[in-house]
Design a protein. Structure first.
Length: 207
C-alpha cells in the first residue's frame, strides 16, 4: 500500500502506491496502516483522495505537525502532481481559478465566482499516443481540486469516471513531488507514478 521514501527525526514521507482511503472504511485505512507498519505515532498534515497515489507527509510529534501545517497554510510547501488524459484540453497551460461547490454523486464543480477560489497552475505535454501528461501545481488544497480542474479544461483524468474520464485500470493522478524547508532541512522529494515511463522535472521547464 505504501513505501517509505524519507525518514528523519521530525517527519516521514511515504509514497501511497495504490488507491486507499486515508481513514478507515472497510479496513484500517491508509493512515493506520502507515503508523502500524512504521511502529510509531504519526500526525497527518495533509491528505490525498482515495484514488490518488503519491507522496504524503506525516509529522512525528505535535510540534512538528503544527509547523508543517503552518507551512502548508502559508503555501511554503511546493507540490507537483502528474495527471494523464486522453481528451483534448481547452488550453495547454495556464491557471485554473474559481470557487467550488458540491454537485451530484459526491462530485464537485468549478464556479466562475472568486470568493474563496481553488487555484491550480498547470502545463501539459503531448505524449504522442493521443494522451497528454499534465503537471499540476495546486496553490490551494480543496477537496477534489485537481480532478475538478482537469474536468474544467475539457480533459478529465484518465480512469476518473466520477468526472467523465475514459475507462482505465486506475485514476491517473499522482502526487509526484514535495519541496520545502523545515527544521533546518531543505527537502525535495519525487516519486514517479506507474502510468508513465519517464517523469518530467517537477518544478522546472518541461522537456
Amino acid at each position: 500500500m505504501f513505501e517509505l521514501i524519507y525518514d528523519c527525526p521530525r517527519f516521514v514521507i511515504v509514497n501511497k502506491t495504490q488507491a486507499a482511503s486515508f481513514h478507515a472504511e472497510q479496513g484500517p485505512g491508509f493512515f493506520v496502516e502507515v503508523e502500524s507498519t512504521l511502529g510509531c505515532k504519526l500526525w497527518p498534515v495533509h491528505r490525498l483522495d482515495k484514488v490518488t497515489t503519491g507522496l504524503v507527509l506525516f509529522a512525528k510529534d505535535s510540534d512538528a505537525a503544527a509547523e508543517l501545517g503552518r507551512l502548508f497554510e502559508a503555501r511554503q510547501i511546493n507540490k507537483c502532481y502528474l495527471a494523464l488524459s486522453d481528451k483534448k484540453p481547452g488550453k495547454k497551460q495556464g491557471l485554473i481559478k474559481g470557487d467550488m461547490t458540491k454537485a451530484r454523486r459526491g462530485a464537485w464543480r468549478l464556479l466562475r465566482t472568486q470568493a474563496n477560489p481553488a487555484i491550480t497552475r498547470f502545463d501539459s505535454t503531448a505524449l504522442g499516443d493521443g494522451r497528454r501528461l499534465y503537471r499540476l501545481w495546486p496553490q490551494t488544497g480543496k477537496t477534489h481540486q485537481l480532478r475538478v480542474a482537469m474536468k474544467s479544461l475539457g480533459a478529465p483524468i484518465l480512469g476518473d469516471d466520477l468526472y467523465g474520464g475514459s475507462a482505465f485500470e486506475r485514476v491517473c493522478l499522482h502526487a509526484y513531488a514535495l519541496s520545502f524547508e523545515a527544521f533546518g532541512e531543505q527537502v525535495t522529494i519525487t516519486a514517479a507514478p506507474d502510468f508513465i515511463t519517464q517523469a518530467p522535472p517537477p518544478f522546472g521547464e518541461a522537456p
